[in-house]
Design a binder for this molecule. Structure first.
Ligand SMILES: [Ca+2]
Ligand SMILES: [Ca+2]
Length: 135
């Protein structure tokens, strides 16, 4: 078994503050079918939380999904766009734990590389994260 860890290093709101308001960011991360949510970072548009989400998986390829939300009391949480593809707000990719390659992006990444992605639609943010594998 391998331990896959996604570390969310920073999240920054890209929309103007008057449209966006102050964000209450949190992430939901699914690794190999297991979903975890981070705490909420209240009322901040620019955070460096170093959130770590980790799951044990058999050696091989596993799907990873990262979703960002803005917590809104009394309303459904708003999905934040962190994917530059239109009409898609989440990031979906794969980790191959056998060779530590991150698959599914236009650029090729390995374990520990800082991956930067930003959305282009309303309510967008830039996220910086890493994927690491422990044995
Ligand atoms: Ca909010
Ligand atoms: Ca998008």
């Amino acid at each position: 078994m391998d331990r896959v860890t996604v570390t969310i290093k920073s999240v920054r709101a890209v929309d103007k503050a008057d449209i966006f308001g102050r964000a209450d960011f949190y992430a939901r991360v699914t690794i190999g079918g297991e979903t975890s949510s981070t705490p909420v970072a209240r009322q901040r548009n620019n955070i460096r939380p170093n959130w770590k989400i980790s799951t044990r998986v058999p050696r091989g390829k596993h799907a990873i999904k990262i979703q960002m939300f803005d917590k809104d009391p009394g309303k459904p949480d708003d999905p934040i766009d962190i994917n530059r593809v239109d009409n898609k707000r989440d990031l979906d990719f794969e980790i191959n734990t056998a060779n530590c390659r991150v698959l599914g992006f236009a650029d090729s990444y390995s374990c520990g590389d800082t991956i930067v992605r930003a959305g282009g639609e309303r309510k967008k943010a830039e996220i910086q994260f890493t994927v690491t594998v422990g044995r």
